[in-house]
Design a protein around this ligand. Structure first.
Ligand code: F6P
Length: 341
């Protein structure tokens, strides 16, 4: 078989480790691998590059993606789907491994449902919001980076008796905020799934000061609903606004300072969370996902996605994985809440 590989959506650490594992397993089984440039855009425009053992060597620790990525949605491009099908055919491809989140894999699921497109998915995103898998790769690295930042902010917060607000990514779910907040010992965590009001957050911060702790760490997810903060501005081809533009961290910091009288600063971690080398855990997860995806292709099991259930790598339907977002359940938030205030 000749198998295409693409990476779509926001990049994250571990993409190259998947490309390496998919390719190595496919080579071992006698197949050829072709890289598709910049996600679905590469299939719309017909941009390919052959991947051989030399191209996929040395990729395990490397951040980003050697194939490039984009948020192109062929269903939003005039003639996009026809171009994808045509380029796939003329390049002589037999199968596609799509490495992406809900948007990239959602396109794969739709193409498979409508055209029996031979696609297999690998769940990527720092947000960890894909259903039907316990974890996506990239998430562990993002949580590691945020936790380290929270640790650093702790020491300066304590020196200055300040409240430190840390804004993290996560779009419409609070996985990064909750996990890094628990790991970093946050005194308050605000996420889209849990409607903790600013008044209640300030009450907890005051309570902490009453207990003799003159500094606090507040972790807020970029998608947290704060009064006066609107989702406005340009949307991408999947209908998402840039949540970093909402400035929820800055608004929250100013409201906390006003309501409590405590000096407050904000740190927005931004794309630092997506950069650099993957953690060992993400390298291993990405590798296991890559091998599974290659096996699914080899077996002709299309419309499936590699997934983690407990400690086992399994396969699930792409449709199920992209039907709805996986939100932070109450019991995870309860772990965090036990340490508020
Ligand atoms: O989906 C991954 C993610 O990093 C989100 O957490 C964030 O909202 C978004 O991508 C940022 O996208 P961009 O790289 O286009 O600014």
């Amino acid at each position: 078989m000749k198998v295409g590989v693409l990476t779509g959506g926001g990049d994250c650490p571990g993409l190259n480790a998947v490309i390496r594992a998919v390719s190595r397993r496919l080579f071992a089984r006698g197949h050829d691998v072709v890289g598709i440039r910049e996600g679905w855009r590469g299939l719309v425009d017909g941009r390919f590059e052959p991947l051989g053992p030399r191209e996929v060597s040395g990729l395990l620790p490397r951040g980003g993606t050697i194939l490039g990525t984009s948020r192109t949605n062929p269903y939003r491009v005039d003639g996009g789907v026809d171009a994808v099908l045509e380029h796939f055919r003329t390049e002589g491809l037999d199968a596609l491994v799509a490495i992406g989140g809900e948007d990239t894999l959602g396109v794969g699921a739709q193409l498979h449902a409508e055209h029996e497109f031979p696609v297999v998915g690998v769940p990527k995103t720092i947000d960890n919001d894909l259903s039907a898998t316990d974890y996506t790769f990239g998430f562990d690295t993002a949580v590691f980076i945020c936790t380290e930042a929270i640790d650093r902010l702790h020491t300066t917060a304590e020196s200055h008796n300040r409240v430190m607000v840390v804004e993290v990514m996560g779009r419409h779910t609070g996985w990064i905020a909750v996990m890094s907040g628990i790991a970093g010992g946050a005194d308050m965590i605000l996420i889209p799934e849990q409607p903790v009001s600013i008044e209640d957050a300030c009450k907890e911060i005051r309570h902490r000061h009453d207990r003799g702790k003159d500094f606090s760490i507040v972790v807020v997810s970029e998608g947290y609903e704060l009064e006066g903060v609107a989702d406005e501005g340009e949307v991408d081809e999947f209908g998402h606004v840039r949540l970093s533009e909402r400035g929820v961290g800055a608004q929250l910091a100013s409201q906390i300072e006003q309501q409590t009288g405590f000096e407050t600063r904000v740190t927005v971690l931004g794309h630092v969370q997506r950069g650099g080398s993957p953690t060992p855990r993400d390298r291993v997860l990405a590798t296991r996902y890559g091998l599974k995806a290659a096996d699914l292709v080899h077996d002709g099991s299309f419309g499936r996605m590699a997934a983690l259930h407990g400690d086992r790598i399994v396969d699930v339907s792409l449709e199920e994985a992209t039907a709805e977002l996986k939100r932070v359940p109450d019991d995870w938030f309860e772990v965090a809440r036990a340490f508020f205030g």
